[in-house]
Design a protein around this ligand. Structure first.
Ligand code: NDP
Length: 444
């Protein structure tokens, strides 16, 4: 297998899907040598079967807004690979959603889920619907219409969706309710549900907490203490909020947050009380991060990202490609020690090259943000058992899983000079598990 040939084929077959090409390129480049040590993989054309999704479901979503106007959006579910378990991955509602973005996310999810040690395949879905500025009633009607297009291809043993950008507890609740009605059964077909109807404790916190647990493991390899470290966090949603919460608990100092309009820099640090303000602002009032600066009198920069600020650690937690080469160079020049990705693919390939050349600690999302789907997997287990575990039990398991992912990255990613290439480590560890399962199951 030659990674350039695989890429060429994908670009010819699926033109105009840059995010999908970007995600595949990063993986095939790092697994090329290992893949070629196994001639049986090539004989089974494993690579093409691994990079092309099993199925893509596309449907129109029709709903009525508060003014009585009939609106349409597109709905998708990309079921990428179910070699090691039922399809599993979030639903994203954002104006930018396209088949390319969902194919990149579902592809990444397959490797991430393999890393968690839990039996979950990879999928992702969503719509170009933007919940921003929509009333609660509009969001509910949209979610219900979306599930009408989706419900027949999901199920507790088939495909289990969860949240992602624009999809939190509220949206999962509406989708679960509609699914339950259509399927005429109460099963754990969605994760990230409310606690009253099968949601796991620690699921909302899991991605942010898990990212910080992974960061701690990375810092340990260099004997760096997180206490007192200034942290640049982007985003202000689920992942960013719980990243800040865990950082604060450990004595680190988050100083930035952002949304799609701009970022805030609080030189005094975002305290527990200020974080509570952000949670209320974003989760209840659905306001803008600019209002934080108005409340606390700190710096707000519209239309920009926080990477030009000085910090010891960067935790990108908003969206894909939010750190480009220039941002990465600025971060490194400003002495950043570690970058741990809460978001999926937030760094461009050029930015990753800068981090790796500088030999700083750098963890890709598919390893560092796997805590969310891990606790989703634990939610599936609890739902199957019709039982629920305590927050402490779930948190312990989450810590164990993140430690295990870190160990696997070290095992497969340590280079001859001792530098841990977490990208390579995560890709090879995830790939080997999925590849072995596919080989055992025959040509499908
Ligand atoms: P939320 O919708 O809760 O928050 C997303 C945040 O990112 C918001 O502040 C949003 O701002 C900002 N944002 C979204 N799109 C853009 C953009 N194009 N440019 C700048 N800012 C943007 O999502 P999550 O916190 O759940 O997800 C954040 C990231 O983490 C995503 O990459 C997601 O795939 C990843 N992730 C999430 C998991 C989870 O469990 N939720 C699990 C693993 C990964 P605004 O409000 O202005 O849109």
């Amino acid at each position: 297998m030659k990674s350039s040939e695989v890429l060429g084929l994908l670009k010819r077959r699926f033109p105009n899907e840059p995010e999908y090409h970007q995600a595949v390129e990063e993986v095939v480049e790092s697994i090329e040598d290992v893949y070629n040590e196994h001639p049986e993989f090539e004989k089974a054309n494993l690579i093409e079967r691994l990079v092309i999704p099993d199925k893509i479901h596309t449907f129109r979503v029709t709903w009525v807004d508060d003014k009585g106007n009939v609106q349409t959006n597109m709905g998708y579910r990309v079921q990428h690979n179910n070699a090691i378990g039922p399809y599993k991955g979030g639903i994203r509602f954002h104006a930018s959603v396209s088949p390319s973005i969902l194919k990149f996310l579902a592809f990444e999810q397959t490797f991430k889920n393999a890393l968690t040690t839990l039996p979950m395949g990879g999928a992702k879905g969503g719509s170009d619907f933007s919940p921003r500025g929509k009333s609660d009633g509009e969001v509910m009607r949209f979610c219900q219409a979306f599930v009408e297009g989706l419900w027949k291809v999901i199920g507790p043993n088939t495909d289990v969706p969860a949240g992602d950008i624009g999809v939190g507890g509220r949206e999962v609740g509406y989708m679960f309710g509609k699914y339950k009605k259509l399927a005429e059964e109460f099963t754990g077909t969605f994760t990230g549900k409310g606690r009253e109807f099968g949601g796991s404790l620690i699921r909302p916190e899991a991605t942010g907490y898990g990212n910080v647990y992974f960061l701690l493991e990375m810092l340990k390899t260099k004997n760096i203490d997180i206490k007192g470290k200034k942290c640049l966090v982007s985003g202000a949603g689920n992942v960013a909020q719980y990243t800040c919460e865990k950082l604060l608990e450990l004595g680190a100092i988050p100083v930035t947050l952002s949304d799609s309009d701009g970022y805030i820099y609080d030189s005094d640090g975002i305290t527990k009380e200020k974080l509570e303000f952000v949670m209320e602002l974003k989760n209840l009032y659905r306001g803008r991060i600019r209002e934080y600066a108005e409340e606390y009198g700190c710096k707000y920069v519209p239309g920009a990202r926080p990477w030009c600020e000085k910090g010891d650690i960067a935790l990108p937690s908003a969206t894909q490609n939010e750190i480009d080469q220039a941002d990465a160079e600025t971060l490194v020049r400003n002495g950043v020690l570690a970058v741990s990705e809460g978001a999926n693919m937030p760094s461009t390939p050029e930015a990753i090259a800068v981090f790796q050349r500088s030999k700083i600690l750098y963890a890709p999302g598919k390893a560092a943000n796997a805590g969310g789907v891990s606790v989703s997997g634990l939610e599936m287990t609890q739902n199957s058992e019709r039982y629920s575990w305590s927050a402490e039990e779930v948190d312990e398991k989450l810590k164990w899983i993140m430690g295990n992912i870190h160990e696997n990255c070290v095992k497969y990613g340590t280079e001859s000079d001792g530098y841990i290439n977490y990208v390579k480590g995560a890709n090879i560890a995830g790939f080997m598990k999925v590849a072995k399962a596919m080989m055992s199951q025959g040509i499908l």
